[in-house]
Design a protein around this ligand. Sequence first.
Ligand code: 9MR
Length: 365
Amino acid sequence: MIERHSQTDWNEAQPTRRALLRAAAGVAAGTVAGAGHAAVASAPIPLGSAAEIGAFRADSRYRAALKRHCDVVVPMNDLKWEALRQDRSRFDFSGADEIVAFAEANRKALRGHALLWGEALPAWAKAMTTRAEAERELIRHIEVVVDRYKGRIATWDVVNEAIRWEPSPRQPYRDTIWQRLLGPEHVEIAFRTAARVDPKARLVLNDYHFEEPVADAAARRRIALDICRRLKDKGIPVHGIGMQAHLYAEKGIDVDGVQRFMRELDDLNLDVEITELDVIDWKMPADSGKRDAAAAALVSTFLEAVVAVKRPKAIVTWGLTDRYSWIHETFPRRDSARARPLPLDADYRAKPMLAVLERYRAGLS
Ligand code: 9MR
């Protein structure tokens, strides 16, 4: 077992002497997972997970897994409008505060998810009708939320899933309440406000469907870069792009496309982070051993493609254990087998995917 890498400030992750020594020791002892892979010591990459409040409260093994496997914790749902703003006039921070306190007590970094999203909105927000109302609410929301966690939540997904499924330069944005009432400016307002309230925060544009070998994914990468370039041209801070990386086992990875994307991010002086990694295995054969091997190989192919060009600021999975995952409901299998999207199985046993991730955490890839 690779020693836990406790890194409080994952934004500043550097190859420490300890990490290098640990890496070298792992290679020498032959304990490194993914045997056959030429392990090379390099900067450790902080690992993290989203934490779902129901499981977090009810299941002590879930909390133990977060402590053991994470350098970074992300409240999965409790910083969304739906959780914070059921009541229009009063913010409810109870769930978010619980997870933030846990992260701080255990010296984990935090990512905030998400300040602007077209989903997970309370009914009153979906029913807004005027530009002035949307702008007022959006600005107030970001002011209150970012200010509350200023200096504690180091990184924010400022805008989540704003890019249309099949975007074009003329129609880059998804049809959301924000786009309907504010137009393309909704993205600028969100980033500008977050930067004003916490000038030290790292501000990320988060989205998905960037890595499959299809034309749509290439178009989405191009649009994401365009959005960031335009923000920068206007002097509005944006620090990185979050690749959610909900990977489809049957689709594979566009390695060349992903690597080009990394170089283009470099050209714009933008970071990359992997923000919601998991594997959608609904089209795979039921055999769990085969599925786990395929998931680990897919994650490895994806992360190798990224890391070969650019080291992500963090690698975050959307949960840790197959016991709890959105994939069970959203991508139900036709047979009676359960989805196996995450690095630990439903009984918290390590799967091959965990070994792949730990190589990066230990600085061996
Ligand atoms: O996993 C999350 C699930 O528990 C919520 O019900 C849902 C709606 O808030 O959001 C899920 O997380 C999503 C994330 O916030 C954004 N990217 C897609 C994720 C899976 O739907």
